[in-house]
Design a protein around this ligand. Structure first.
Ligand SMILES: O=c1ccn([C@@H]2O[C@H](COP(=O)(O)OP(=O)(O)O)[C@@H](O)[C@H]2O)c(=O)[nH]1
Ligand SMILES: O=C(O)[C@@H](COP(=O)(O)O)O[C@H]1O[C@H](CO)[C@@H](O)[C@H](O)[C@H]1O
Length: 320
């Protein structure tokens, strides 16, 4: 488990590997606890079906660890919803959940809507563009939650190669925004979180009762925001990390990751302000000028918004 054992000594969080959470043992611990897997999916027709199939075959039909598979169709323009349904998932359209609320956008919105539309006591978030998915992703993430009542949040870690257009894996090349933006920000301002080896990874699980108590930042600020907000809410001792081995997924362009970086920086700034650690004489801008390869320039908006804790919604019946 690489250096995680040493990291755990220095920083926490409690770290383990997926192999330490065999499904049969988890079934003994499951009892009446229900588990929902929620996949945010925007234009993932080529991968969402395989992921749902593995979850349904291995963790619903063969061993009923999972009680619900929900795909949030995040304004896809391809056959994501059809592929997900064919594979056995329930599919909801992002903008049809809590439709009485003004629409927001991005991955964080998809996850918040997925939390609202799902029912499990434990919620597992899994990206729908994974090419390395296996059932151990789910069992590894829910293991600590089923076995230890004092654990409330579990984040995946893994090796993250970068797989270029030529299909060649570059070890350690993945997680570009993690290495260049999130890890430095965490070590500078929230060093207690430094032991999370993959703070931006899209695979994590938590108790619904906890997730409903924190806001969800929209766009790609959601993972960073959740880590900082959950640290404040439950404390590091209630947060764990499980090594799932290896993660490969579809990579976005540098320009897209530049926008993601801006969103994460604005999320970090909002948390520093909220925690009273910075005061702005003027708020940071949210427009960013990017330069394309063809020399032209694009002015892009990297603003993020946030959904309030679900528990704060007065009209809870809307959630049903
Ligand atoms: O507006 C969005 C953006 C992303 N996603 C999903 O969130 C996951 C992670 O997004 P992406 O792969 O774009 O991020 P990356 O892994 O490249 O950082 C994927 O399942 C996307 O389909 C989504 O549901 N809505
Ligand atoms: O970790 C990262 O740097 C980015 C980009 O990963 P790659 O450089 O394309 O492997 O990927 C993650 O970041 C997003 C923002 O938190 C998450 O939403 C994605 O699930 C995750 O893949």
């Amino acid at each position: 488990m690489r250096a995680l054992s040493r990291v755990q000594e220095w920083y926490g969080p409690h770290s383990s590997t997926a192999a330490e959470w065999p499904v049969d043992a988890l079934m003994l611990a499951k009892g009446t606890t229900t588990v929902s897997v929620v996949l945010p999916a925007r234009d993932e027709e080529s991968t969402v079906g395989d992921i749902v199939t593995v979850i349904r075959r291995d963790l619903v039909e063969r061993t009923p660890l999972v009680d619900e598979i929900l795909v949030v169709d995040s304004n896809s323009t391809d056959a994501t919803a059809e592929r997900a349904r064919e594979a056995g998932a329930r599919v909801v359209a992002q903008n049809e959940v809590l439709a009485n609320l003004p629409e927001l956008t991005g991955k964080g919105e998809a996850l918040w809507k997925g939390l609202a539309a799902s029912r499990g006591d434990i919620v597992v978030f899994v990206d729908a563009d994974l090419r390395s998915f296996g059932a151990h992703y789910i069992s590894g993430l829910v293991g600590p939650l089923l076995v230890d009542a004092d654990t409330h949040f579990v984040k995946a870690t893994y090796e993250r190669p970068y797989i270029g257009a030529d299909g060649v894996a570059q070890q350690g090349g993945g997680g570009r925004v993690t290495e260049l933006v999130a890890r430095p920000l965490i070590n500078l301002f929230w060093p207690e979180l430094a032991g999370f080896a993959q703070p931006l990874g899209g695979e994590y699980a938590a108790r619904r009762a906890v997730l409903e108590q924190v806001p969800f930042v929209t766009e790609y600020g959601v993972e960073f925001g959740l880590l900082v907000d959950l640290l404040q809410l439950v404390g590091l001792d209630a947060m764990a990390q499980v090594d799932l081995g290896r993660r490969t997924h579809s990579h976005q362009s540098m320009a897209a990751l530049g926008r993601m970086a801006g969103q994460i920086m604005l999320t970090a700034w909002s948390r520093l302000e909220r925690q009273g650690r910075v005061m702005a004489s003027e708020p940071p801008a949210h427009m960013m000028l990017q330069f394309g390869l063809d020399g032209d320039a694009d002015l892009v908006d990297v603003a993020v918004a946030e959904r309030p804790p679900l528990a704060s919604l007065v009209l809870k019946e809307d959630v049903a």
